[in-house]
Design a protein around this ligand. Structure first.
Ligand code: 13P
Length: 251
């Protein structure tokens, strides 16, 4: 279990133009050059991916995307395929973020197609799941997450999912300054891992990385990372500044 290498991922959401992204990526590359035992990834906007990937080439920081479309190519105006992301320099892709579910009609069925397409093309998907405050307060957290995982990974087989990462992001903790407590997060992560064990077996569940996301900051990362089932973080706001994000990756 302890063989899971931590992953700290920065989701830059719809922030930073190309030149701004390049500047932050350069600074982060220099600040994090001593980090050897934690994987680091940043996911800029589509328009900055190629430039950022170029800056990070040869460093230990990977580049990711924030979304993709599952078809290989075709008349799908405005969409981006897995192979296009790979050729721009991506190795990871965030799928099913709550903002995509909330504002862009992303369903569990769509996340499943995206995860499937990502793994088939060789990208590492980070499947995001999470409950709203209302769902948490009405004791539906586990059932909501179970459904997101069950449908999101339906008909996918563990041998095809070696690179899969799960991110637990409680919606009420995103951008609000409210972090789930380390115990709240650990409870959910343990639940997710045991659900994955039921569906995909013990070996797979032991190896899969489950990240926590939602108001992760330099001052709460260490206590989260100390929990046995928390294998990293998906960081929004605090990843936009290289100095702040560097503190997080140096947890
Ligand atoms: P914040 O870190 O800004 O709360 O965002 C979390 C998130 O949504 C990362 O994907």
């Amino acid at each position: 279990m302890d063989t899971r290498q931590p992953l700290i991922a920065g989701n830059w959401k719809m922030y930073k133009t190309g030149p701004e992204a390049v500047e932050t990526a350069k600074r982060l590359r220099d600040l994090a050059s001593d980090v050897k035992t934690t994987d680091i990834m940043i996911a800029p906007t589509f328009t900055a991916i190629a430039q950022v990937a170029d800056i990070l080439k040869g460093s230990s920081i990977a580049t990711g995307a924030q979304n993709l479309y599952w078809e290989k190519e075709g008349a799908y105006t405005g969409e981006i395929s897995p192979s296009m992301l790979i050729s721009a320099g991506c190795s990871y892709v965030i799928i099913g973020h709550s903002e995509r579910r909330q504002f862009f009609g992303e369903t569990d069925e769509k996340t499943q197609k995206k995860v499937d397409a990502a793994v088939k093309e060789g990208l590492k998907p980070i499947l995001c799941v999470g409950e709203s405050l209302e769902e948490r307060e009405s004791d539906k957290t586990f059932s909501v997450l179970d459904k997101q995982i069950e449908i999101g990974l339906k008909d996918l087989f563990s041998e095809n999912l070696n690179n899969l990462v799960i991110a637990y992001e409680p919606i009420w903790a995103i951008g609000t300054g409210k972090t789930a407590s380390k115990d709240q997060a650990q409870d959910v992560h343990r639940h997710l891992r045991s659900g994955i064990e039921k569906n995909f077996g013990k070996d797979f569940s032991k190896g899969i990385r489950i990240l926590y996301g939602g108001s992760v900051k330099p001052d709460n990362i260490s206590e989260l990372m100390a929990m046995p089932d928390i294998d990293g973080a998906l960081v929004g706001g605090a990843s936009l500044d290289a100095e702040t994000f560097s503190k997080i990756v140096h947890f």
